[in-house]
Design a protein around this ligand. Structure first.
Ligand SMILES: Nc1ncnc2c1ncn2[C@@H]1O[C@H](COP(=O)(O)OP(=O)(O)OP(=O)(O)O)[C@@H](O)[C@H]1O
Length: 347
């Protein structure tokens, strides 16, 4: 099934196996509906199984058809170089005509959102597991931003892009794909916003300006969702508050930040860890990007019981007005997901 390998040009010896189309057809039972795991903005994803029993996830890319072959291969090598225990591993690729496919390790526990937003599954995710998921995601994102040398901005970090392995270790997925589709910017501005409302920083949603700090904002939203078990964007209808961020901010100001905690977990959680997470989460979602911590600050702050934390300033999206203007101003946004730019689309 593997017929050749791509190698990095820089002598790093990175090796990306090429899989022929027929072996992928066989592994996915001709991309059968039963094997379809879902469809994201980059295209549908299928579960596959190779003859030896190895399970894989097959992403059939929809949006890169215009991209040249060489360019695509270079990006595949780049993504394959990004290896960390908190990133989903790229196993190989396939090109056949217009068809471009990426093969990833299969994550049996699917995505974090399917746990935390589900009434019964969320109860299995006690605080200790949630805290280690938060730490793992922070480390994975730090690696993308700094340690990988390549400075990758994810641009679409959200709870549905965090997958869980059999031991509930978190692995970030879809990293490098925004870059694959839009070119090799490490930061800058774009007319085509790849992201999901509810997770995007205001400067990215409104002006298309992205940086490591816009990922930090998304991380903050993810963290508040993990703590509360509630979605940021659907929040208005739950609590009559513009967003989860606004709710967290209100509780914080009233000295009741622990109430943000998913009610099913309150009796068994470590209160000081939860409070630290809410505090760091609020630092991440501050309106002004320069006030937000870097991911390396975040990792240190989360891991230390004694570090003194700065007082957070008012976050973005605390009023209904800011949310509405974001949604309407970002109508130029061409999200990579199936969402349309309305207030209600956070998933
Ligand atoms: N490596 C994987 N192992 C197991 N399931 C996966 C894997 N990658 C993706 N999936 C599942 O496939 C489905 C589609 O994933 P994908 O990441 O393409 O889209 P999404 O997260 O729903 O949306 P978006 O494109 O906006 O990120 C999701 O249900 C996801 O959980």
């Amino acid at each position: 099934m593997e017929s050749s390998h791509l190698e990095g040009k820089d002598g790093t010896g990175i090796d990306v196996p090429f899989f022929d189309f027929e072996s992928i057809l066989a592994a996915t039972d001709n991309f059968s509906d039963e094997n379809k795991l879902g469809k994201g903005g980059f295209g549908p994803v299928y579960k596959g199984k190779f003859p030896g029993g190895q399970e894989i996830a097959v992403k059939r890319l929809a949006s890169v058809s215009g991209q040249g072959l060489e360019e695509f291969k270079n990006e595949v090598v780049l993504i394959a170089k990004l290896q960390h225990r908190n990133l989903v591993r790229l196993l190989g690729y396939c090109i056949k005509g217009e068809e471009k496919i990426l093969l990833y390790e299969y994550m049996p526990n699917k995505s974090l959102d399917s746990f935390i937003f589900d009434e019964s599954l969320s109860q299995k995710l006690e605080w200790g597991t949630r805290f280690s998921i938060i730490l793992g995601v922070a480390r994975g994102l730090l690696y993308l931003h700094q340690d990988s040398r390549l400075r990758i901005i994810h641009r679409d970090l959200k709870t549905s892009n965090i997958l869980l392995d059999e031991e509930m270790n978190p692995k970030i997925s879809d990293f490098g794909l925004a870059r694959m589709i839009q070119g090799k910017q490490t930061e800058g501005s774009t007319l085509r916003v790849i992201g999901t409302y509810g997770y995007m920083a205001p400067e990215y949603a409104i002006d298309g300006v992205f940086s490591a700090k816009s990922d930090v904002f998304s991380f903050g939203v993810v963290m508040l969702e993990i703590i509360s078990g509630k979605k940021n964007m659907r929040f208005y209808y739950v609590e009559n508050t513009p967003s989860l961020i606004a709710y967290a901010w209100r509780l914080w100001q009233e000295g009741k930040a622990l109430d943000l905690m998913d009610s099913t977990l309150r009796s068994s959680c470590n209160a000081s860890e939860v409070l630290r997470c809410v505090h760091v989460g609020l630092l991440c979602v501050q309106e002004e990007p320069s006030e937000r911590p870097t991911m390396s600050n975040v990792v240190v702050l989360l891991g230390s019981e004694t570090a003194s934390l700065p007082i957070p300033k008012q976050p973005a999206f605390v009023t209904r007005t800011t949310l509405s203007s974001t949604a309407s101003m970002s109508s130029k946004a061409e999200s990579n997901t199936e969402i349309t730019p309305t207030l209600d689309d956070g998933r």
